[in-house]
Design a protein around this ligand. Sequence first.
Ligand code: HMG
Ligand code: MG
Length: 310
Amino acid sequence: QQSSSVRIVEVGPRDGLQNIHDSVPTPTKLELIRRLRETGLSTIELTSVVSPRAVPQLKDCREILRDTKVKNLLQNSRLRLPVLVPNEKGFKIAIEHGVREVAVFVSATEGFSKANINCTVQEGIERAKRVAALASATNGAGESQIAVRGYVSCIFADPFDGPTPHSAVLHCVQQLLQAGCYEISLGDTLGVGSPSNVRNLLAYLKDNNIPLARLAGHFHDTYGQAVANVWEAYTCGLTVFDSSVSGLGGCPFAPGAKGNVATEDLVYMFDNAGISTGVDLARLTEVGTWISKQLSRTNSSRVGTALMIK
Ligand code: HMG
Ligand code: MG
């Protein structure tokens, strides 16, 4: 029996913006978050607290988190508003600003791990574990509960090392679950996988006792396979998918990779199948058109452009 609803994790304000060269004004980022929330999205990754040298675009993360409207959203316990953090420093800054959910990230492969977070896969896992331990210590101290989400990047291939063995993905997923992550998002960072790859990897993880209910899909769209990958993952049993409005996105350390699957395309696909996302497609389309204009970019959502032309 397949689920009649899915949860969309909107990563536009973080993954969507991090690879844009020209600095996006902070008020535009804040307006993007506000408009995304108005569409009904209940999970929005707000920003990342990473080295400003690594990702200059998001060096205004403190201003984002200090904004009064964002503060109000953070107090709404019905929303999930994760902030991406690479280490304890990022975690502490996020928590000081009232963040209640952080996302840690590791790569299944050595090449991307070194390029992205300047350490080995195992060191990355240890860092993520230290963040999760800090979160659980904070929770133990009786403050409001901090949730930790995990990402595993390069699930199919690494930009420097080539194809990724399934066992490398399994190792990271097991380690992050053991560390206390409530959910692991599987990242096709390069956007090279297709549905058969998705099916094979999910079958392998399931055979190795990973509960599919703890997994999410995070597909970049370099080869135009991302919507198909989401549907395949859904039919395999996943119900949580990361996406970016207007298909923004990409990682500065994954050369050649394109944006995330567009949120509009997912909402359209699930709406047509009678599967609820809680998102208003017409409003979302307007946000996609608006942000594309603000960033002077072509809207990468096929659904978004089709609906606006009508
Ligand atoms: P490093 O140079 O090895 O570490 O970077 P460091 O500890 O020596 O720190 C270097 C400088 O950064 C220092 O500043 C630190 O204080 C500062 P300095 O003393 O030189 O002025 N620093 C920080 N500043 C703010 N917040 C922090 C922080 N930590 C250190 N949290 C490090 C290691 C991990 C910090 C760096 O490599 C980094 O920040 N990497 C993040 C890169 C990134 O954000 N990549 C994109 C996100 S991942 C992604 O897109 C994939 C995903 O979407 C899933 C998928 O698609 O697969 C999630
Ligand atoms: Mg990504």
